[in-house]
Design a protein. Structure first.
Length: 313
């Protein structure tokens, strides 16, 4: 569900951004508005970012190899991290540079096409709203009861949080551009256009830093969610032949792949065959308890010395 929903949101965002980028560039060429130039580059960067997310999703589906025995699921995290770098450099830093340049040499928006940026920005807001609505709808399928901030911080699939933040930043940036262009047309002072450009740059840098922090955490390796960990522990502990889970460690090796290593206490009087059967039943129970994940389970049977002391043979 998360993969399909993420792909749908990416395609919607890519389609919207490609159309928006073309119209913004035309508006910039006809008016010279720095806000329109910053927004044009922003849309191009977003389009490239969505292409990178699609590339990451495709490469992550490669089969495991001897060199990468756990597969390539983390490719999705890597390319999402690259997206944050592109958004920071191509989007944010370029807009800040353009704002600094225009503040030194402010220019009014004049000529026959003075009205075009306003029309383009209003249309762009409509298209970005459609993309943002798609991302919200697809995210609602997987976020459950989590709030939006918690969802972005805890989501293991990177595509939906990335698209959500990009679309949110795009909408706020369009409002900044609309205000900057509007005030420039009203006052005839190009400094407002430069201020709008600078606000767009600061917004993109902030979003890029937020994304990079979240993607860094996923790249370093995050454990399963509290719900998944609890479900796996309960499934293991409730299996006949398993007394309890002594300790367990989990690690996401991809958005839908979870590595589970656990030491479980077995009954002291069980034979080797009985212990093996109990381990197999425990693995099956854990997989049934987390149908939305692919589990790589490594269970180590051990004697629970505390139980043995209380119940000597």
């Amino acid at each position: 569900m998360s993969t399909q929903g993420g792909t749908k949101a990416i395609i919607a965002a890519l389609t919207a951004n490609l159309g928006i980028a073309v119209t913004k560039f035309v508006a910039f060429l006809l008016t010279g508005s720095s806000s329109m130039l910053a927004e044009s580059v922003h849309s191009v960067a977003d389009s490239g970012n969505q292409a990178l997310l699609l590339l990451g999703g495709k490469r992550a589906r490669r089969a495991a190899t001897p060199e990468h025995p756990f597969g390539y699921g983390r490719e999705r995290y890597f390319w999402a991290f690259v997206v944050s770098i592109v958004l920071f450099s191509v989007g944010g830093l370029f807009a800040l540079y353009e704002a600094f340049h225009k503040l030194q040499h402010p220019q009014p928006i004049e000529g026959f096409w003075w009205w075009l940026p306003l029309v383009v920005l209003v249309i762009s807001i409509g298209l970005e709203s459609y993309s943002f609505r798609t991302a919200i709808r697809e995210s609602n399928h997987v976020r459950g009861s989590r709030g939006w901030v918690e969802f972005i911080q805890t989501a293991k699939a990177p595509e939906l949080p990335v698209v959500l933040l990009e679309d949110f930043a795009a909408l706020i940036g369009l409002v900044f551009a609309l205000v900057g262009v509007g005030l420039t047309l009203i006052t005839g002072n190009g400094i407002w256009d430069a201020v709008g450009t600078g606000l767009i740059g600061l917004l993109l840098v902030t979003v890029a830093i937020t994304l990079s922090v979240e993607m860094k955490s996923l790249l370093l390796g995050e454990s399963g969610t509290a719900e998944h960990v609890r479900a796996i522990e309960e499934a293991l502990a409730s299996t006949e032949g398993i007394d309890r889970v002594i300790h367990m460690r989990t690690l996401h090796i991809g958005p839908e792949e979870l590595l589970v290593a656990a030491k479980v206490a077995v009954t002291t009087t069980d034979t080797a065959d009985e212990i093996a059967d109990a381990i197999n039943r425990a693995e099956l129970a854990a997989r049934r308890a987390t149908p939305d994940l692919t589990l790589l389970l490594y269970l180590e049977p051990d004697l629970d010395t505390a139980l043995a002391d209380r119940h000597p043979a």
